[in-house]
Design a protein around this ligand. Structure first.
Ligand SMILES: Cc1cc2nc3c(=O)[nH]c(=O)nc-3n(C[C@H](O)[C@H](O)[C@H](O)COP(=O)(O)O)c2cc1C
Length: 334
């Protein structure tokens, strides 16, 4: 039975251990969105993990949801990240970049007045931090079907730039209620009618944008260097789905066919039966490595859950003490 400290093949990457650092936005890139020396130090300090997944990084110059977050949309951003990947590799580590678009979770005051975009026209219920203090989220502009190839192209170009910057691959952010998730889940995706029917309605249509973006990233990097993060149950950013099991089942089957490097599932409360059921769906439908991240509040529950739902690796974010994961990891990969 492997331990957390045994190696793991994750697509093209051979990890010396099964600890994956979850993506963590640190907002240290300033208003230029260019990764810097402080960020290089931050990631290099953590290079002994099996894999680092660098924080959510803007694929579009007008797709900012957090002041100071980094981007990967132009030459200056690409050059900034080179310093980070070089430092991590010099320290013996491996690092992928999480690429994202926040969709309706952005705000015009962070994006030169540009209105947020989404699958529908429902605003996130809540407040967003802006340079002028907290403000209500704005009503997004519903993208037309004929605009979606442009979104796919953003992810294609971001993947190309990530490789040019020296990353060992990319993780697409399909979780937490951001743009790709806003197409997946029917809590906001209520598209129908002329100009909106191809990417709304049936699950196959709602998954289309995510899968097209995955295909674009795969065409650039190869499937074995592309991973995906999903949070089909988590209600982050005011987003839910009426049938998360059916949604995950379809997406996981499609990803399995594409032989991507891994599927990462972000969970909320590992003790919930619904969480276990959704993890089991992923394991049944996705034949590659699955990685699980859970909220760190209750280590004992986490341990119990990790044993109940075998996964070949786990990812830890802010405070998860390594000892927790260590004892949690007495499971057999399936
Ligand atoms: C400060 C902070 C920043 C985060 N940034 C990201 C991010 O950029 N992308 C992402 O997918 N998740 C992000 N997350 C979620 C974490 O990756 C992780 O899933 C969550 O914190 C649960 O893991 P934990 O219990 O080990 O903290 C963030 C979480 C925190 C606390």
């Amino acid at each position: 039975m492997p331990s957390l400290f045994d190696p793991l093949q994750l697509g093209a990457l051979t990890l010396p251990n099964r600890i994956v650092m979850a993506p963590l936005t640190r907002t240290r890139a300033g208003r230029s969105h260019i990764a810097n020396a402080l960020m290089a130090e931050h990631y290099a300090q953590r290079a002994s993990a099996g894999l680092l997944i660098a924080e959510a990084t803007m694929v579009a110059a007008d797709g900012c949801a957090f002041t100071g977050e980094p981007g990967i949309f132009d030459d200056a951003c690409t050059a900034g990240w080179r310093g980070v990947t070089a430092a991590v590799h010099a320290a013996g580590g491996r690092i992928q970049l999480q690429i994202w678009h926040p969709g309706r979770s952005a705000h015009s005051s962070l994006n030169g007045g540009v209105q947020p975009i989404s699958s529908g026209e429902r605003a996130v219920q809540g407040l967003i931090n802006t340079p002028d203090g907290k403000q209500p989220y704005e009503t997004p502009r519903r993208l037309r079907d004929d605009e979606l190839p442009g979104i796919v192209d953003l992810f294609r170009r971001a993947t190309r730039r990530a490789l040019q910057a020296g990353f060992d691959g990319v993780q697409l952010h399909g979780a937490h209620g951001y743009l790709l998730d806003q197409f997946l889940r029917d809590g906001v995706n209520d598209r129908n009618g002329p100009g909106h029917e191809r990417y709304g309605g049936a699950i196959e249509n709602r998954a289309r944008l995510l899968l097209e973006c995955m295909d674009a990233a795969i065409a650039e990097a190869g499937a074995d260097r592309v991973g995906l993060r999903l949070s089909t149950l988590a209600g982050s950013n005011d987003l839910r789905d009426s049938d998360p099991e059916a949604l995950l089942s379809h997406v996981a089957q499609q990803l399995s066919r594409r032989r991507i490097a891994y599927l990462e599932l972000r969970h909320m409360d590992p003790a919930l039966i619904s969480e276990r059921r959704i993890a089991a769906v992923a394991r049944q439908q996705f034949q590659g490595p699955c990685c699980a991240t859970a909220a760190s509040a209750r280590p004992a529950r986490k341990r119990h859950w990790m044993k109940a739902v075998p996964t070949p690796s786990c990812s830890a974010a802010r405070s998860s003490p390594i000892r927790t994961w260590c004892s949690a990891c007495a499971w057999a990969p399936s």
